[in-house]
Design a protein around this ligand. Structure first.
Ligand SMILES: [Fe+2]
Ligand SMILES: [Fe+2]
Length: 283
């Protein structure tokens, strides 16, 4: 099973850009082209929030159009830049959003890896949370299949990363979520967005990760001070989570765009892996 994770696309209404600088829509179009050009197509795509930049209906309409070329199902969870009602209205017909308890969380069944999408949004705020209601929902879902390999996907990382300004707006009650996840040994990953950088951590008895954005990246700033986050136009990317029974879940980073190659490895005569010449020939 191959799971593609795209995140933080920050789509704008057609013809508009983000932050007076970033053509997020064109960058998502490039991400979709890279996904469709992979030699092994993902079985499905998960998108971990900040799908739109302002949560506008016109942005979700554009998002739908931009995702249309994908030949596999796409599963969305909201981030702090999203609005639940507008997101639900545009994508409810895909069938996996229920929104019957006010949250856009759900389980994707029928694959080797069970996928649990969480909704960490706190409307009107940049940070996220897993409140008591959402933790109870998650506990019930995890208890349904406690032996099947499971991947949790969510927007706000529930762990600290060292990006001080972003950590101030992470998923605030990560400790409570960690306490719940530690009770299960089938959680392969907790994969997130929000921080716009590739990050990996050991956390809650599992592996936590963040994928880079398909658009702009948050500047790498590991100085623990009060300086505000900024962004850079480092190369965009996404993650591929490859499942096999033998290896478990393995995560690959993929750069979006076109690059020279592939080229054959032509080994130099001085390469130390070349077999030693027979003594007579060497003499
Ligand atoms: Fe974002
Ligand atoms: Fe975010």
């Amino acid at each position: 099973m191959l799971i593609a994770q795209i995140t933080d696309m920050h789509v704008r209404p057609r013809g508009r850009i983000a932050y007076d600088r970033v053509d997020t829509n064109a960058m998502l179009e490039a991400a979709v082209a890279t996904l469709e050009g992979l030699s092994r197509k993902p079985d499905l795509v998960i998108a971990t929030g900040d799908l739109a930049d302002c949560g506008l209906a016109a942005e979700y309409e554009e998002l739908g159009d931009l995702l249309e070329p994908l030949s596999m199902p796409v599963y969305l969870v909201p981030g702090n830049h999203d609005r639940r009602a507008e997101l639900f209205d545009e994508f409810a017909s895909d069938g996996y959003f229920r929104n019957d308890d006010g949250f856009l969380h759900y389980v994707v069944e029928g694959h080797d890896v069970r996928l649990v999408g969480l909704d960490t949004v706190v409307p009107g705020h940049g940070h996220g949370e897993m409140c008591a209601a959402r933790l109870a929902w998650l506990e019930a879902r995890l208890s349904e299949a406690s032996r099947q390999p499971t991947l949790i996907f969510m927007h706000h990382p529930p762990f600290s990363t060292g990006l001080a300004d972003m950590d101030r707006i992470n998923c605030r009650n990560g400790a409570a979520l960690a306490d719940l996840l530690r009770r299960f040994d089938n959680i392969e990953r907790v994969v997130c967005g929000h921080h716009h950088r590739p990050i990996t951590v050991r956390w809650a008895g599992t592996i936590g990760s963040v994928a880079p954005s398909t658009a702009h990246q948050v500047t790498l700033d590991l100085v623990a001070d009060d300086s505000p986050s900024t962004f850079t136009m480092e190369p965009p990317g996404f993650h591929l989570h490859l499942w096999s029974p033998e290896a478990g879940l393995v995560t690959h980073g993929v750069a979006i765009g076109h690059y020279d190659g592939p080229f054959p490895f032509v080994l130099d005569a001085d390469y130390p892996g070349n077999k030693a010449k027979p003594a007579a020939e060497a003499a």
